[in-house]
Design a protein around this ligand. Structure first.
Ligand code: RFL
Ligand code: PHB
Length: 389
């Protein structure tokens, strides 16, 4: 079997890249380790920057998002009960779109199916070969049979635990990492959202986040110690703690209900450089992880895809390799900016076990500044809606 671009991973970055390349007449094959049902059952991101929104539209898969997604003009923040709002449109003239990663992925699978794209799921033992030559190839097994795919390029879109990043020799790769001493316990519930926009809450007992998927489906998180397990948290205990951390006016009107999903995610900042080795290009979580506090993970995957798609298009349509040669450097510049924003929001809003009274006062002062200063709000809004690609 032969193709132009072999894509490892059928998550949002692999699907979006494949869809854009196919539309430009460039052939792809996607190899996904899991079943499609499994990929579509993963509940993750909920906020799309306007850049990611534009990309989904450009890929031809944005119609349902435009119909069902919820444009948000701002967010709320609360510090120990005091609530304030940052208006993105007023500060920066842009907004974000609340649309679940599950829906984003589902729309891309459908668009790929409509185009007759090749997506091979349940591909086991995927291995990348001869990446530093002009003739790379990929091998895998499915239902006990071995397969081989020859290609021009390999796009490593296989997330943090994939095979692509470890295929770059250790002598070439440099990893940067910070692990935070807490996780997020998240629940999905068939209840109306706590507020009409997302609420980020700092509280003495820890961080909480009120988000949503639709007008009748809420996504709510609380910061928990890394040692906690989901079984430790009944729905009643979750809602009690969530209310304690939210502003009183939000807690008072909150409608609670049983969880239909509950999970704990650890928080980590991670970047691996470079993002290109020979004919392998890393995209999305395969190369970097951000803590979810800034809602940047999926959005960074989309901006990586943008740079790689433009580079591949130049290569195939204009015989110009400059985009591919600059891919790693260009993508990393934007990634480090999102790293900085996600890290600073995480540091600002969470309770750190080792924090002193002074450290806590610094967090509060920063939030007072953000509540009172139009300039500070402008900086926050510019980063939250997403820096330009
Ligand atoms: P994914 O989604 O991990 O997809 C990678 C795919 O590759 C497959 N795979 C393999 N396939 C073949 N062979 C192998 N050896 C393979 N190994 C893995 C996997 O099965 C999978 O299907 O990476 P991708 O496409 O780069 O997308 C990244 C995003 O999923 C991620 O950044 C976001 O979910 C992060 N994130 C958020 N991002 C946002 O932009 N806004 C948010 O509001 C937001 N909230 C979140 C989040 C992530 C969270 N968790 C659970 C990590 C909230 C949470 C709680
Ligand atoms: C979500 O809706 O899951 C969500 C929203 C905002 C974040 C992280 C997650 O910062």
């Amino acid at each position: 079997m032969r193709t132009q671009v072999a894509i490892i991973g059928g998550g949002p970055s692999g699907l979006l890249l494949s869809q854009l390349l196919n539309k430009a007449g460039i052939e792809t094959v996607i190899l996904e380790r899991q079943s499609r049902e499994y990929v579509l059952s993963r509940i993750r991101a909920g906020v799309l920057e306007y850049g990611a929104v534009d990309m989904l539209r450009k890929s031809g898969a944005g119609e349902r998002m435009d119909r069902e997604g919820m444009p948000h003009d701002g967010v709320y923040l609360t510090d120990n009960g005091k609530l304030f709002r940052i208006d993105f449109v007023e500060r920066c003239g842009e907004r974000v779109m609340v649309y679940g990663q599950t829906e984003f992925t589902r729309d891309l699978y459908k668009a790929q199916d409509d185009m007759g794209a090749i997506i091979i799921d349940r591909a086991a033992n995927v291995a990348l070969h001869d990446l530093d030559t002009d003739r790379p190839y990929v091998t895998w097994e499915k239902d006990g049979t071995g397969h081989r795919l020859d290609c021009d390029f390999v796009a490593g879109c296989d997330g943090f635990h994939g095979v692509s990043r470890p295929s770059i020799p250790d002598s070439v790769r440099k990893d940067f990492e910070r692990i935070y001493p807490f996780g997020w316990l998240g629940i999905m519930s068939e209840t109306p959202p706590a507020a009409e926009e997302i609420v980020y809450a700092r509280n003495r007992s820890g961080f909480a986040l009120a988000s949503m998927r639709t007008r009748t489906l809420s996504r709510s998180y609380i910061q928990v110690p890394l040692t906690d397990r989901t079984e430790d948290w009944s729905d009643e205990a979750f809602w009690e703690e969530f209310k304690r951390r939210m502003a009183p006016e939000i807690a008072e009107t909150l409608v609670t209900g049983p969880s239909i999903e509950k999970s704990i995610a650890p928080l980590r900042s991670f970047v691996s450089e470079p993002m290109r080795w020979g004919r392998l290009f890393l995209c999305g979580d395969a190369a970097h992880i951000v803590p979810p506090t800034g809602a940047k993970g999926l959005n960074l995957a989309a901006s990586d895809v943008h740079y790689l798609y433009e580079g591949l298009k130049l290569h195939y349509l204009d015989r110009d390799d400059s985009g591919l040669d600059q891919y790693s450097q260009t993508a990393l510049k934007r990634i480090w900016q999102a790293m900085r924003f996600s890290w600073s929001m995480t540091m600002l809003l969470h309770t750190f076990p080792e924090a002193s009274e002074f450290d806590r006062q610094m967090q509060s002062s920063e939030l007072v500044y953000l509540a009172d200063s139009e300039n500070a709000q402008k900086v926050f809004a510019e980063n939250y809606i997403g820096l330009p690609f």
